[in-house]
Ligand binder design. Structure first.
Ligand code: ANZ
Ligand code: ZN
Length: 814
């Protein structure tokens, strides 16, 4: 018997060995099959690695180890997303410079990751805050500027009063700041915006080609929100007024309901309101104005919620004409219509739209049914149907009516919910936006040769409180010269959002030290696209949309070879605390990975996190199950040491050995397929069953052959590489198991062995059938009794006795 399983010694030893052998260096040979396996890189928080972090990392580690053993060239890198508010807020709170905090935290993260035995190629590490890295983030921005995809805007945007910065729509969660939970305000301010909407159609249609979870694709579709409908103008009717030819254009997806329009609604932001006011057309201006002011701070969620009470004010003095029937209808301003979608104005059809219905009931407006089949005295009938009260369109179905009515009165248009990306932040810790403002020339791009524009050192990196970035206070940095005219100019003091650096980092791993270009195109051609990307589903409509947008832009620039960055995506479920709550310092229920590794070992942690349950599910931590994982490894250890103690154990009775062998080959098949499909839990349970079989075999005095045991060790090794390496070594192998090739299962061995079972009645053979080897008695009985040839002799008979000889015969005595 060998000494007991000492995880500490074993794990340290093999981690050092792997490092010495430079095992994880990415091949520079750009030939042969490759697999690019990528984790979403973490932001190096001061709290260190959370127990949830490793779950995804273990999965990619298992996957890439298997792929490597299968003969693929592997790119499996790691880096740090270190710009942005979390890092900055941490630094402010702890009174250290974000750069220093980031350096310290990265060091700590790497130590922690190292202890778990990950196979990252650290030579390719990227850090988004490294000027040599963000030089290329800035470069991409300059290219966007050059192509007209980056522009300055003064539109109202989301402003977080607590984070003191503007935010993009993607940064909100149900109308509150995703970071700090504050209710965001609307604020008109100068900002930089990226024209992601130019890519809306491609972002949508290329989703089809991706092997991603369907619900992630669906949330991107919804976020992009393509809507095909009709734009139609309603003429203003103002007696003897020059504006009477003007139209209010509305966007509708239900032009079939045109004859049911009983009023129009414009959003409080609708630009023409100002114009009408100036022309003196609005008779109740003070009331309208008051209403518009009241709605200023309401967020979109509040405004468009079907359940919220609708509010609005009629704009007196203005009427419009329904082009279909010449009827005059009133115009309201109401905040359930948004200024930045469609045309900012809608035709209201209370009989067939729930929000219009609620509004009409409240303000006593007529409800005119134009689609039959509902009960509009109670509620809106929102479904499609056959037209009524629609003159010559009566009797036509909705779909056909839309075609016909559009043709006659409007035009087909496509709208998207996706908004351009608000790309500036009024904070210190981000990439400076590489432009200057010149009194003479206006906005001027910094010259490429002057990149990177480095963040200056400052004493205070807290927000200035003025709505400007703290960079605005550093006059030596702000004041510069214009690259165009050489005159005095001021640097842009807004910085980029945290999402900037992560929009293209996966490309930099391919060629991390290139100082001539963002990535070498040949290398990119070989390694891209990412074959397996793993991360949280919360990025579905943030990072995963932004990165696809940047990638498509870089594709258009011919910087990259492929249209999409991530061929396959797997989302990792959260690890909750043992009490089922979110792990948080606040609840005192945090589990520290270091403690687990120290007490139980990295291999146990790895086995446990992969065995917890379906990979994408959120699952509560359970220490008993963790210990179960440890027991499993101890069993493997025991079996292996018996194996080593006496070589006679390798031989065994022929028939039992073959049974174990069949199990082994089935397990190899299952584990191979399960890893490929990210079903780690069932892969491990198959191995657990196999190990139990091995153990009971050895209890009965025979044992699995050494060759077969080694095959098993190889499929276990991606999950528990340290212990497998040690056992492999103890079995006198001179190689590293990590560099061995992946075992192939033998089809012939897996094929179920068949036997012929004879059915005899009172000693006479009456029927037979084919069955799997070792089929059980009760199953044989059921099959036998269902055979017509046997039934002939059995029906109506009383079975007195039954004799079953396994794999041979069943005899009924009647
Ligand atoms: C008349 C109508 C009748 C409508 C009916 C619906 C049902 P999606 O699919 O989301 O694009 N709409 C248009 N612009 C709007 C805005 N800026 N703010 C709020 N609502 C707006 O929805 C399109 C529908 O949403 C449009 O079709 C319009 O209402 C409304 F029985 O027009 B509909
Ligand atoms: Zn905030």
């Amino acid at each position: 018997m060998q000494e007991k399983y000492d995880h500490k010694e074993i794990e340290k030893k093999w981690q050092e060995k792997w490092q010495e052998e430079n095992l994880y260096k990415t091949s520079e040979n750009l030939r042969g099959p490759k697999s690019y396996v990528l984790d979403m890189f973490p932001y190096p928080s001061g709290d260190g690695l959370h127990i949830g972090h490793p779950k995804g990392y273990i999965a990619t580690d298992v996957y890439s180890r298997m792929k490597k053993m299968q003969g693929f060239n592997i790119l499996h890198p790691m880096g740090f997303d270190a710009f942005g508010l979390p890092a900055e807020n941490y630094a402010i709170k702890n009174k250290i410079h974000p750069r220093i905090a980031v350096e310290k935290n990265i060091k700590r993260f790497k130590e922690q990751l190292g202890q778990i035995g990950f196979n990252y190629d650290w030579e390719r590490q990227v850090n988004t805050t490294d000027p040599e890295y963000y030089k290329w983030t800035q470069w991409a921005f300059l290219k966007m500027l050059e192509k007209g995809l980056a522009y300055e805007s003064y539109e109202p945007i989301n402003w977080c009063p607590s984070c003191q910065t503007g935010l993009a729509n993607e940064d909100l969660e149900n109308g509150v700041c995703e970071r700090c939970g504050s209710v965001v305000e609307k604020k008109s301010m100068r900002q930089w915006v990226l024209k992601i909407t130019d890519y809306a159609e491609r972002l949508l249609s290329d989703l089809e080609s991706l092997n991603w979870p369907e619900y992630i694709k669906e949330s991107q579709r919804n976020w992009i929100g393509k809507s095909e409908g009709t734009q139609i103008g309603f003429e203003l009717r103002i007696k003897n007024h020059e504006l009477s030819e003007e139209k209010i254009e509305v966007f509708t997806t239900r032009i079939d309901t045109l004859f049911g329009v009983t009023y129009l609604v414009v959003a409080p932001e609708y630009e023409k309101i100002e114009e009408w006011k100036k022309e003196g057309m609005i008779k109740n201006w003070s009331k309208v104005e008051k209403y518009i002011k009241e709605t200023k701070n309401k967020n979109e969620i509040e405004r468009t919620d079907v359940k919220k009470e609708k509010t609005g004010v009629e704009i007196k003095g203005i009427k419009v004409i329904n082009p279909a029937n010449g009827e005059e209808v009133p115009v309201f301003v109401a905040d359930y219509v948004l200024g930045n979608y469609g045309t900012g104005a809608v035709m209201a059809v209370p009989a067939h739209d729930s929000r219009d219905f609620a509004f009409a009931k409240k303000y006593n407006l007529p409800v005119v049914e134009v689609i039959s089949g509902g009960n509009i005295s109670k509620e809106a009938h929102v479904g499609e149907g056959v037209l009524v009260n629609s003159e010559k369109f009566d009797g036509i179905k909705s779909e056909e009516a839309r075609e016909k009515i559009t043709e006659k009165f409007g035009k087909k248009v496509v709208k998207y919910k996706l908004r351009d990306w608000v790309f500036s932040r009024q904070r210190y810790w981000g990439e400076p936006i590489p432009v200057v403002h010149c009194e003479k020339c206006g906005v001027v791009a910094v010259l490429e040769k002057d990149l990177p524009i480095k963040l200056p050192e400052v004493e205070h990196y807290e927000p200035a409180g003025t709505g400007e970035s703290p960079l605005a206070n550093i006059s030596e940095w702000v004041n510069t010269t214009c690259p165009k005219c050489g005159g005095p100019a001021k640097r842009e003091t807004n910085t980029m959002p945290q999402w900037a650096g992560s929009s293209w980092y996966y490309l930099r791993y391919i060629d991390p030290k290139n100082d001539k270009e963002l990535v070498n195109k040949e290398k990119e051609k070989y390694w891209s696209p990412v074959d397996m990307y793993v991360g949280g589903a919360e990025h579905a409509t943030r990072h995963l949309i932004y990165a696809r947008f940047w990638h498509k832009f870089l594709f258009d620039l011919k910087v990259v070879n492929y249209k999409e960055p991530f061929t396959r995506f797997q989302n990792v479920g959260l690890i909750l605390a043992q009490d089922g709550k979110k792990m948080s310092k606040r609840f005192g229920n945090v589990i520290n990975p270091d403690d687990i590794v120290e007490t139980w070992g990295a291999d146990t942690l790895r086995i446990y996190e992969m065995f917890m349950g379906p990979f994408a599910d959120s699952i509560a931590w359970n220490t008993d199950n963790l210990i179960g994982g440890r027991r499993f490894l101890e069993k493997v250890w025991r079996i292996s040491s018996e194996k080593n103690s006496s070589s006679t154990n390798f031989s065994a009775s022929r028939s039992k050995l073959s049974k174990l062998e069949v199990s082994l080959h089935k397990t190899i098949k299952k584990v191979t397929e399960d890893i490929e499909n990210y079903k780690f839990n069932t892969a491990i349970s198959a191995m657990m069953i196999l190990v139990n079989e091995m153990e009971s075999a050895s209890a009965k005095g025979y044992s699995v052959t050494r060759e077969n045991f080694e095959m098993f060790l190889k499929i276990l090794s991606p999950f528990a590489p340290h212990i497998c390496e040690e056992i492999w070594h103890n079995l006198d192998n001179k190689t590293l198991i990590t560099t061995e090739s992946w075992p192939k299962y033998d089809e012939a061995k897996i094929a179920e062995e068949k036997v012929i079972i004879v059915v005899s009645i009172n000693g006479k053979a009456r029927a037979q059938f084919e069955a799997n080897l070792d089929i059980g008695e009760s199953e044989v009985k059921d099959i036998a009794m269902s055979l017509p040839e046997a039934q002939k002799w059995l029906t109506g008979q009383n079975i007195k006795k039954m004799i079953f000889v396994p794999n041979k015969i069943i005899n009924f005595v009647v």
